[in-house]
Ligand binder design. Structure first.
Ligand SMILES: [Zn+2]
Length: 532
């Protein structure tokens, strides 16, 4: 029996990381992440897995981010009975992040159902609940970095610090297989790979000499502005001073975990040194508050140069855990800083603050992380003049700013160097976890220079490759695809529709008078009718 891999997620997208590895002795998953971003992808979270959860023997989890771990509670609820192997840092973070994700599912579905019942549509049930998420935590089992563990007969794994997030790992696998016997088939799943010189984390680490490497490509087509701790703090200080001069709120949408702690460390430090005006920094995220505690307890494994305790005890830092406290911030005027999740603005308390401030030219929104296709954060980054938040159209007058320095991902050059350091790669390099342009960009960067083009593969969602030959072989799975490859890579009609409605509103609002508006509306209607 041969070894196969199925790309159940993160193929030509950055979300839903999940790989199904079929070995002679059983099936294992690497990651089981939630799809985020465009609606067509998010819909997959509600559908059936492309495998039977009860048939999966073990899960190997690279790190706690929801796009890697977020469907684990559903997997357990639907019959998975194995262990979820993860580092202690990952387990501690998941113990807050998964229940939080469950409560987000519950509240999003509750508000969707209120709208659905007003429109006479059927009720939706959440993908999983907070209780499901808490139940799933029982399945976790800790592993140490850099020591071999027996996953199941004939399969061994070793975790390496990927330098992307507290607890993050690249996972090395050895699978007994006839095609390489007497030696095992060797694979490496990159997980998300951190940049060099990242605040709080070491540089990524992994061995070399594989049959297959499955590598992320998030920033494969980008080169980040060179950074250092000093440049990073200077750029942040510049943005904060400009926001203070504009005299409105500075909203920083941030992933609750790690990015938030990095920002707090730098903001407090800059205030302590008088490099930015002193103002309250609201950490408006219960999850970020809990994650901050996890960071305190893992301080020994983080950068010793940073005094986490001192920075996190700053009197300028206010934790707003309850909804009432969060609502109270919305009454503030003038310059203050609000850090809230989610980092891509597609969920969480940041949406309330955006609703309150986006139309206001005194406000600043500072984007500090990757914004996936189809997310509100991406629309803002791309310069949208108006956006929709929970059904309401909001004009964008706030200053939209971006800085790259807090990225948790290696850029194109760094990821290419990471791949080069894994050679020899005997049979194939799979590029995953990136949007199409990022994957193409990374492929161009590594082809021939680092690996022969013939050994380079760019799988699409639900592709299955047999790995036991001298080269990977794509198996025919047309009948088992959940989405066409085009549906994954192109913005779906929901986004086109929102864009069209906003454009129509804009044009009508801009028309000279009511008569001109009437003419425009009649012309639009004629265009619609001629289509019919
Ligand atoms: Zn990640």
């Amino acid at each position: 029996m041969s070894v196969t891999v199925r790309f159940c997620g993160a193929a030509r997208t950055v979300t839903g990381s999940c790989y199904l590895l079929q070995t002679p002795s059983g099936r294992l998953l690497v990651d089981c992440g939630l799809f985020q971003g465009q609606k067509t992808l998010k819909q997959l979270n509600y559908g059936a897995f492309p495998f039977q959860p009860a048939d999966i023997n073990q899960v190997l989890l690279t790190h706690a981010h929801i796009d890697h771990s977020g469907l684990l509670p559903k997997l357990v609820r639907e019959g998975f009975r194995g262990r979820i192997l993860a580092t202690r840092g990952t387990i501690d973070l998941c113990s807050y992040m998964l229940p939080d994700a469950g409560s987000i599912q519950e509240s999003e579905v509750a508000s969707l159902n209120r709208r659905n019942s007003a429109r006479g549509r059927a009720e939706v049930t959440p993908i999983y609940t907070q209780a499901d998420a808490i139940d799933s935590l029982e399945s976790f089992q800790p592993v140490d970095y850099e020591s071999w563990i027996d996953v199941m007969p004939g399969v061994r794994a070793r975790y390496w610090n990927a330098g992307h997030l507290l607890g993050s790992a690249s996972i090395e696998l050895e699978v007994d297989d006839a095609s390489t016997s007497p030696r095992p088939l060797r694979l490496l799943f990159s997980g998300d790979v951190g940049p060099d010189g990242k605040l709080l984390e070491p540089d990524p680490k992994a061995p070399s000499g594989f049959d297959y490497v499955i590598s992320e490509s998030t920033y494969g087509d980008r080169l980040r502005t060179p950074t250092s701790p000093e440049l990073r703090r200077q750029r942040l200080a510049g943005e904060v001073r400009d926001a203070a001069a504009a005299n409105g709120a500075l909203l920083i949408p941030a992933f609750a975990v790690e990015r938030t702690q990095e920002l707090i460390a730098d903001l407090v430090d800059l205030m302590n040194h008088g490099e930015i005006p002193t103002a309250p920094i609201f950490l408006d995220s219960p999850l970020a508050i809990h994650a901050t505690e996890v960071f305190r307890s893992h301080a020994a494994s983080l950068d010793p140069a940073i005094d986490i305790d001192r920075l996190f005890n700053s009197p300028n830092l206010r934790f707003t855990e309850t909804v009432d406290e969060s609502k109270a911030i919305a009454k503030l005027t003038g310059f203050h800083i609000i850090i809230a999740a989610s980092g891509m603005c597609d969920a969480g308390r940041i949406r309330h603050h955006l609703k309150r401030w986006l139309w206001n030219a005194h406000a600043t929104v500072l984007l500090v992380g990757y914004q996936a296709n189809g997310t509100l954060g991406r629309f803002l980054q791309d310069g949208a003049k108006a956006v929709r938040i929970q059904g309401d159209e909001i004009k964008v007058a706030a200053r939209i700013r971006m800085i790259d320095d807090y990225s948790g991902h290696a850029d194109g050059a760094e990821i290419a160097r990471w791949i080069a350091a894994r050679r020899p790669i005997a049979r194939g390099l799979f590029l995953v976890h990136g949007e199409e342009s990022a994957i193409t960009g990374l492929a161009e960067r590594v082809a021939e220079r680092i690996i022969p083009t013939a050994k380079l593969f760019q799988p699409v969602l639900d592709d299955v490759f047999e790995l036991s030959g001298t080269a990977p072989r794509l198996l025919d799975v047309t009948h088992r695809r959940r989405l066409t490859p085009e549906a994954v890579t192109h913005l779906d009609w929901h986004n086109d529709m929102s864009g069209l409605i906003l454009d129509i509103n804009d044009r009508i609002a801009a028309a000279a008078d009511d008569r001109a508006r009437g003419v425009l509306i009649r012309r639009l209607r004629r265009a619609l009718e001629s289509e019919g």
